[in-house]
Ligand binder design. Structure first.
Ligand code: GLC
Length: 441
């Protein structure tokens, strides 16, 4: 299958990139309880605020973060400029609850933007609509209009600062819209403004447009809105640009002490799932309160980075996936005339049959070692010979198949196991063995 959606010129970097780093970082890291400790643990608001004002990370070094990010193969990043706790990581002029006016006296957002831009990475900013400190947000416009207007302007001003004070911002990730909606927040007009401030910015879909309360809760509402969809904790292909945002722990985004990290294979599996389904993955890390990226995450991300150095062309900017039946081994991706088979495991057999590939084949190669593989095309079957019993690749080995045209398949490839015309199964059985119940007939 090919991903047939229009991508405006200025957004082309996004599917080209496929893989970004989400960074959830703020004073909540001090609690070691994830980014939502204030709310989840019903902490005392004043005490939390005091703690946040005293937060003073000594090891925040965004140049080092950016170097790591590049080495690990991420092409863009997104930093939480303000999460639901309301603390701002930049020099915001409309509140003093910021890293500039409180203990650090630093504009963390500026430092991040400059370092990541310098490293050639695309820049994303995350911003939470909701602020757990502000009653007006939860009471809505109906209750105290003056307070609501004040809060509304506060949001607009903050978004304006982020969009006008830091040079080119490539991507903006709104979040936490519940219980408000697009009408309350006037998000449509805000988005229009943002496009004036940043003409080629990509804005996500959590803008509150859905009328379905469950959707509002889940994704901030309305998959049809925004420039890209943001399935969270899952991979939900959409017929347009989308990006799955996923944790690297099992649950939390912000730093959580003792939380288990998912293993490298699992994280790589998610990346390959997204790429083969036509979307991006933004994988999250929560640096600790002092500004360090946890070692466990580093190791895993760098292992994936090493894999991407060898096989990145199968992932970055791929324009298709899952062409024929290869699901039981792993993934397929396509770029131009090339078909990539990404194996979750290597079964040690020296021969491999790929059914239902109608295109001609020019060459087949075991990537990484560059070893050319002998092949034969028998009808729509591609048969590869002389595969090594073991590969050097500790993660997912990849075979690249160069076709003479865009890879294509037959009806069996298009209609998989439990879909399509059941008549084709009947024809197949009848033609090859008749219709009896006994082997002898
Ligand atoms: C959710 C959570 C939030 C996290 C975000 C990332 O909406 O409330 O903590 O930042 O998802 O997508």
């Amino acid at each position: 299958m090919y991903f047939n959606y229009e991508v405006p010129e200025e957004f082309k970097w996004f599917p080209e990139s496929r893989y970004g780093l989400f960074i959830h970082w703020g004073p909540y890291a001090l609690t070691g309880r994830g980014e939502q400790a204030l709310f989840r643990d019903h902490m005392n608001q004043r005490e939390y605020e005091k703690m946040a004002c005293g937060w003073n990370p000594q090891n925040y070094d965004p140049r080092e973060w950016a170097a790591f990010c590049r080495e690990a193969g991420f092409k863009y990043a997104c930093l939480t400029t303000r999460h639901h706790d309301g603390y701002c990581l930049w020099d915001c002029k409309v509140t003093d609850y910021t890293s500039m006016r409180q203990a650090p006296h630093r504009d963390f957002v500026r430092e991040y933007v400059e370092a990541f831009r310098e490293a050639g990475l695309k820049i994303g900013l995350y911003y939470s609509w909701c602020d757990w400190r502000i009653p007006a947000y939860y009471e809505g416009p109906g209750k105290d209009q003056e307070k609501w207007d004040e809060m509304q302007q506060y949001i607009w001003k903050q978004v304006e600062e982020l969009c006008t004070g830091y040079g080119k911002i490539d991507y903006f990730f709104f979040d936490g819209v519940w219980p408000r909606n697009a009408e309350d927040l006037k998000s449509r007009s805000l988005v229009e403004k943002m496009r004036q401030w940043q003409p080629s910015i990509m804005i996500n879909n959590r803008l509150g447009f859905s009328t379905d309360p469950a959707q509002l809760l889940e994704h901030g509402g309305g998959n049809e809105e925004g420039d890209f969809g943001t399935p969270e904790h899952n991979v939900n292909p959409e017929g347009r640009l989308w990006e799955a945002c996923r944790v690297s722990y099992w649950r939390w985004w912000g730093y959580h002490s003792g939380e288990r990290f998912q293993e490298t294979e699992r994280l790589l599996d998610t990346l390959c799932t997204c790429a083969s389904e036509g979307g991006n993955l933004i994988l999250n890390v929560g640096p600790d309160a002092d500004g360090r990226i946890p070692e466990e995450f580093r190791r895993r991300a760098l292992e994936i980075g090493g894999w991407l150095k060898k096989y990145g062309e199968a992932v970055y900017g791929n324009d298709g996936g899952s062409m024929t039946e290869a699901l039981t081994y792993g993934f397929q991706t396509i770029k131009g005339n090339d078909l990539y088979l990404i194996f979750r495991f290597w079964d040690g057999k020296t021969k491999f049959v790929l059914p239902d590939l109608t295109s001609g084949v020019v060459s087949a190669e075991l990537m990484g070692t560059g070893e050319k593989l002998k092949f034969e095309k028998k009808g729509d079957d591609l048969i590869l010979y002389g595969l090594p019993e073991k590969t050097e690749e500790p993660l997912f080995p990849v075979i690249k198949i160069e076709c003479s045209t865009r890879p294509d398949t037959n009806s069996w490839g298009r209609q998989r196991l439990w879909e399509g015309d059941p008549g084709r199964v009947a024809d197949w059985a009848r033609e090859q063995r008749g219709s009896g119940l006994w082997t002898s007939i």
